[in-house]
Design a protein around this ligand. Structure first.
Ligand code: A3P
Length: 426
């Protein structure tokens, strides 16, 4: 008989997480270890007693001599953590942890109840506003998808990239900076160089050049501190006559990026993509953005739930208020749930807004080369790391947010803003 068969069914993960959030910090690690051992024992068919805090996380040696977590162990641990705690763990994190006990100690602080809310977080001024003194005349033929992270932006981008008149590469993360030197410095200071990967893919595709040549070109732009607006100019020239669609959730974090767009792009088309905060908060917590991507970023909180609420509110409030300053007709709002439920109709509306005829290629986001990141290169994946696991537009997920039970109520300001986008009160 397998170890799983001998055990009573474990508490559902949502209830277990609620328990964790209630117990004192010193009890939490033991609870997590116990639950994780049970899940792992079932998956690898051993008795839970065989797995101890000191049990090593198996590794293999790569061709270059470095050690990495064994692919099977990675898969088993990811499954066990998803089943027990509803969270994702990443290879780069596991590579830094030697034993089960270390893994548990690493994760336990994330299950602290959030502090009482002190009202809406402030939207900080962007530390790199464009002075406007560099870069020459405005650029035309650019559209922006503005959204909080986890709002379905990778899917919308891949859909639009299927249109022959649209060029929608992985996130460029350009407009947040005035110059390429500033951009490179900001990424390296925060250890998030992976945010620069999308520009490499985009430049290579726009100019039909090898990625190595694109990387060289970007390095040269960084060394000469080329204005970012000139990089847009190069991309637009390369992908012309297609419209360049830049989806970069980074632009919604502060107030400066959207204003830069309004000042430096001519006739820019703006798409505000919103998703129900229940779904975004659940997704941000499950993907562990607070820990993996965002320490020191606006709205950051050690509580993943509070951070996720902050992110949704900040991004959407920021976009909403700044778009009030955009010319009428330059913007449209797309609800992700509508896109999932009625993809043809919503995609047709988006095409109209972008000034292109409808094309059926927008309904087959998994066909052909949509410049999807495979995650094969080092560091975190750009865009939704699970995008390729879907294979089709999953319309049935349009109402999923209704079934999500967050362990904490959303803040009042988030609830109120959601109502402005027509979402039912929850
Ligand atoms: P979940 O984490 O709730 O699953 P973004 O690209 O802005 O980061 O958004 C990611 C969200 O879009 C994820 O939500 C992901 O599942 C969802 N998504 C991506 N591709 C999808 C598809 N083909 N059908 C339905 N949802 C999809």
């Amino acid at each position: 008989m397998s170890a799983t068969n001998q055990m009573t069914a474990p508490r559902p993960a949502d209830e277990f997480v609620r328990d964790l959030l209630r117990v004192p910090a010193q009890e939490r690690a033991a609870l997590i270890l116990g639950r994780l051992r049970e899940e792992l024992a079932g998956l690898v068919n051993v008795r839970p007693e065989a797995l101890q805090a000191a049990s090593p996380i198996p590794r293999i040696r790569l061709a270059d001599g470095s050690l990495t977590v064994h692919p099977q162990a990675l898969q088993v641990l990811q499954t066990a953590l998803h089943r027990s705690l509803r969270v994702q763990i990443y290879l780069q994190e596991l590579n830094a942890l030697a034993t089960l006990g270390q893994l548990v100690a690493y994760l336990a602080p994330e299950f602290e109840a959030p502090p009482a809310t002190g009202g809406a977080p402030e939207i900080r001024p962007w530390p790199h506003p464009w002075s406007g003194s560099v870069g020459g005349p405005p650029v035309s033929n650019v559209a922006l998808i503005l959204s909080s992270p986890r709002s379905g932006s990778t899917l919308l981008r891949a859909m639009l990239h299927g249109h022959p008149r649209l060029f929608a590469p992985p996130e460029l993360n350009l407009m947040a900076f005035e110059t390429m030197g500033q951009r490179a410095h900001w990424f390296s200071e925060r250890g998030c160089g992976w945010l620069a990967k999308g520009l490499v893919t985009a430049l290579a595709a726009a100019h039909r050049m090898p990625e190595a040549a694109a990387r060289d070109q970007i390095r040269q732009w960084e060394t000469t501190d080329t204005p970012v607006i000139d990089v847009y100019r190069s991309l637009v020239a390369g992908c012309g006559p297609a419209l360049l669609v830049d989806k970069s959730p980074l632009y919604a974090t502060h107030d400066g990026c959207i204003l830069s767009a309004l000042a430096h792009f001519e006739n820019v088309r703006l798409i505000h993509l919103v998703r129900h905060p229940h779904a975004v908060i659940e997704s941000l917590v499950r993907m562990r953005f607070a820990r993996v991507y965002a320490q020191g970023w606006p709205g950051w909180s050690p509580s993943p739930w509070r951070y996720a609420d902050n992110v949704w509110w900040q991004a959407n409030e920021n976009i909403r208020t700044l778009l009030e300053q955009a010319p009428p007709g330059s913007q449209c709002t797309v609800r992700f749930e509508d896109l999932l439920a009625r993809p043809a109709e919503v995609a047709a509306d988006v095409c109209r807004h972008l000034g292109v005829d409808y094309h059926p290629g927008v309904l087959t986001p998994y066909d052909g080369n949509r410049l999807a990141s495979t995650g094969a290169s080092a560091g975190p994946t750009l865009g939704d790391p699970n995008f390729l696991q879907h294979g089709r537009i999953e319309s049935e997920r349009a109402t999923e947010w209704r079934t999500i039970r967050l362990p904490f109520p959303m803040t009042t300001h988030t609830r109120e803003l959601a109502a402005r986008f027509g979402y039912d009160p929850v």
